[in-house]
Design a protein around this ligand. Sequence first.
Ligand code: MEV
Length: 444
Amino acid sequence: MEKNEKEITGFSKMGKREKIAWLAKNFLYASPVEVVKEFAEYWHDNIEAQKLLDGFSENTLTNFPVPFGIAPNFKINDRVYAVPMVIEESSVVAAASNAAKFWLSRGGFKAEVISTRKVGQVHFTYRGDTQKLISFFNSIKEELKQGVKHITTNMEERGGGVVDMELIDFTNLEPDYFQLRAHFETVDSMGANFINSCLEEFGSLLRSKIALSSQFSETEKEIEIVMCILSNYTPECLVHAEVSCKVSELGSFDNDTVTAEEFAYKFERAVNIARIDPYRATTHNKGIMNGIDAVVLATGNDFRAVEACAHTFACRDGVYRSLSECKVENGVFRFWMNFPIAIGTVGGLTSLHPLAKRSLELLGNPNAKQLMEIIVCVGLAQNFGALRSLTTVGIQAGHMKMHLTNILASMQATDEEVAKAKNYFEEKLVSVSAVREFLEKLRT
Ligand code: MEV
């Protein structure tokens, strides 16, 4: 069969320039020289630094720059942080900074890690007497733990390890399906590799111990390990974060047209709406994730894992709800969130990526628990900032103001035009057409 020009074998073996040129020819229909030049502009000057970045992934062509910003004035558990945030959305860092400053003079954020356990699973099939399997599993639990000592010794020295193990019978939902569910403490590391290594060992130990036992028939010995993998759902890796103050201390809003009390009740209602309606809850939680993901990324952690977990947790009672809660009671405004988050401050990219390392340094080299607290407070701040705008002036004024720079860039505005436009739109509503009109006038 004739090979389509878009198919290729050996792509990963090609050099960077060769890869880019091939893509330019077959997918961009552009000059390979031009495209190579464009991609090369984002290569690191330092060859060793580029090698390091290339090593993080596969088939890398270049680097994809995303802004690295700082939200200062974050008072968390009485300590003030300047929080690094990596995000492309223009208004996020500004909103986080405003919310941080707002709470700085009202006691700041309080956060506490409630628990730090993580889960891993060995999914397997067994055809036979369930009771026999359960009692056998219970009798070899300790041996299974001992069998992974070569993996767990270092972690145990740091205070972590395998905490517990259970066998779950899922045969009512899937024929012959059982699950070995293990619980882990991984201290300051996210622990994915550690957990997965333990699980694969548990899987093979379980199978060999059953195969060697005279209690099981030949059919019962035919255990199939379907897969061994950690779970990114970590409801037991939980942080509580909150802000509170007297309603009267909230101040007034919208040029003194909204009182503190009006604001507090409207804000509470906005949160309640997100607790009952999944359409609103999704956007509400997206706002929380704007802050969470930005710090997770800046510190070299896995934002997909954090996202996946957050959304599962948001629908833990069967309905997708807001992750945050608010109560106005006895003259006190309280806004809080219990958020599950599994991240690390050692291992992975945390020390390999030079900017992730710097981010952690900026935060005072926190341990995993402290970083969990910081990240969840930023998520809460982000949510507060979004709701404060939504329930008072609306979101667009701020958004479009921040977006002005992007609009001007898309219209190839010069530095002088940018300065004039920023000045002009200081008190005016920003829109694409208004900016275009402004530039047109300026240019004629
Ligand atoms: C935009 O990135 C986030 C918001 O939509 C969040 C929210 O609606 O709460 C503003």
